[in-house]
Design a protein around this ligand. Sequence first.
Ligand SMILES: *[C@@H]1O[C@H](CO)[C@@H](O)[C@H](O)[C@H]1NC(C)=O
Ligand SMILES: *[C@@H]1O[C@H](CO)[C@@H](O)[C@H](O)[C@H]1NC(C)=O
Ligand SMILES: *[C@@H]1O[C@H](CO)[C@@H](O)[C@H](O)[C@H]1NC(C)=O
Ligand SMILES: *[C@@H]1O[C@H](CO)[C@@H](O)[C@H](O)[C@H]1NC(C)=O
Ligand SMILES: *[C@@H]1O[C@H](CO)[C@@H](O)[C@H](O)[C@H]1NC(C)=O
Ligand SMILES: *[C@@H]1O[C@H](CO)[C@@H](O)[C@H](O)[C@H]1NC(C)=O
Length: 422
Amino acid sequence: MGFLSLASVLFFFFGVKVYCQYENYQWDEDYDQDPDDVYQPEFQFNQNEDFQVPFHQYMLGCATECFCPPDFPSSMYCDNRKLKTIPRVPAHIQQVYLQFNEIEAVTADSFINATHLKEINLSHNKITSQKIDHGVFAKLSNLVQLHLQHNNLEEFPFPLPKSLERLLLGYNEISRLQTNAMDGLINLTMLDLCYNHLEDSMLQEKILAKMEKLMQLNLCNNRLESMPPGLPSSLMYLSLENNSISSIPENYFNEIPKLQALRMSHNKLQDIPYNIFNLSNLIELNVGHNKLKQAFYIPRNLQHLYLENNEIENINITVMCPSVDPLHYHHLTYIRMDQNKLKEPISSYVSLCFPHIHTIYYGEQRSTNGQTIQLKTQVFRRFQDDADSEEQEDHQEGPEQEETEENTGPHYYGSQEWQEPM
Ligand SMILES: *[C@@H]1O[C@H](CO)[C@@H](O)[C@H](O)[C@H]1NC(C)=O
Ligand SMILES: *[C@@H]1O[C@H](CO)[C@@H](O)[C@H](O)[C@H]1NC(C)=O
Ligand SMILES: *[C@@H]1O[C@H](CO)[C@@H](O)[C@H](O)[C@H]1NC(C)=O
Ligand SMILES: *[C@@H]1O[C@H](CO)[C@@H](O)[C@H](O)[C@H]1NC(C)=O
Ligand SMILES: *[C@@H]1O[C@H](CO)[C@@H](O)[C@H](O)[C@H]1NC(C)=O
Ligand SMILES: *[C@@H]1O[C@H](CO)[C@@H](O)[C@H](O)[C@H]1NC(C)=O
């Protein structure tokens, strides 16, 4: 088994583990795909097939442009049909799929009787904010899930129904939101605003705090320069990658003590309070691609730590782990450290402090004179089963190391760690 296959075994191991933890949240479902992926509609259409349209469908109706599967008579599939307008949604329909069309407007008459709607998928269309009839969504008092990602919205849609639980607005041009936009979204658990044009000024006045059940907030790829203020205390997953955030206020995380995963790669973090991440529920922390010079305190439940592409010259293990408490061991299993300025591996004290540590990936380190050095990946065999560890001992290193760059490129994190649902 070569190093590459070893690497895939390792990544598989972590991938599965992480996947299992978060499978209910589909944290990344819309961001890790190759944007050029050819879209495969849920139901493959065969134009020549003569569908046996059952009696109830005549009775209850299905828009002529769409397909209501006999097995799921409450769902209406209108995706991928070059539609320019939304067909009238019959009253009994609960799910309507309109993604991948050329729809520009959301008009009230399409939904006039559709009071049972629970889910609308309007992603990948050409909808602009001005062309959404005022109140069209708010009237749908059973709506739970609304997909509007990949459109041309400039403004956060408002008003929305209080029943809404998942709202997907990624890949728009949203730069504005009304200060009362989130009022009443008391049941929202997931809000995705990644890939928009939001600036700090839009998130002031604690407007986010009103979503009292919010568990996941995605604000990646916006124009934020500081941490979003006033987050609801229910929050568990926070994604802020690729903004321009340079600092984290002291005590910032006190208001979100349930936080389990924080993704802040590709920001400008430099000096942060050494114990800022002292969060008892934190399991995953990604602060790769920042400007950090120092390590920081590692909370006890943290399992995966991403620190690649920073300016760290040495790791003071005492800072990461001020004391070893045999009754309350740290849970850290993985550290990614490549593209820093280390000259040598972390002190071997690391495995005393973090008895569950499995791998530290150092890869290539930059030195001040512009040269790079390779450091050996540390794989700790203590907690592996014997068969596995022998393979790893044999192959953990060598000239093949360079090839691992392939696995650890910019998409490594998304595609390997979160995407493989094997
Ligand atoms: C809406 O429902 C009412 C009463 O069921 C019916 O009379 C009307 O034709 C429906 N309107 C549309 C646009 O389907
Ligand atoms: C809605 O459309 C998106 C495509 O943007 C797709 O990924 C998603 O699975 C759809 N949702 C449902 C429930 O079909
Ligand atoms: C919010 O969710 C709860 C629990 O699922 C439900 O009972 C309640 O009706 C929802 N509120 C609204 C406004 O839909
Ligand atoms: C970050 O955002 C910029 C534009 O704001 C974009 O050019 C760049 O590719 C993004 N980087 C990543 C890693 O997403
Ligand atoms: C972390 O927080 C706990 C309380 O939640 C506190 O007792 C402990 O001293 C803190 N540790 C550090 C290093 O700040
Ligand atoms: C590591 O950090 C501790 C605590 O801040 C400090 O006392 C010690 O001098 C540091 N050690 C080194 C080698 O910098």
